[in-house]
Design a protein around this ligand. Sequence first.
Ligand SMILES: [Zn+2]
Length: 83
Amino acid sequence: MRGVLLCEGRRCSSAGCRCRRGELHGPYTYLAVYADGRSRTIYVPQAARALVEQHVAGTQRNEALLSEIAQINLELLLRRALG
Ligand SMILES: [Zn+2]
């Protein structure tokens, strides 16, 4: 799962609520994702948080490995082309 986990407090729509005086509700967890040319922020329910964290961390590891492999392949190609 690609994205960035955010933890934020929110204001509600009631005019007299304590959140209007700066005591925000939450904090709640959100997943910020960039897809189809735009970014979205998706609410992550408390019960799903650990699972989403695992998937986000797994994707970050995979992408770091893929970028390392791509770099190695580029170096091998350059060596072949120049050698
Ligand atoms: Zn409120």
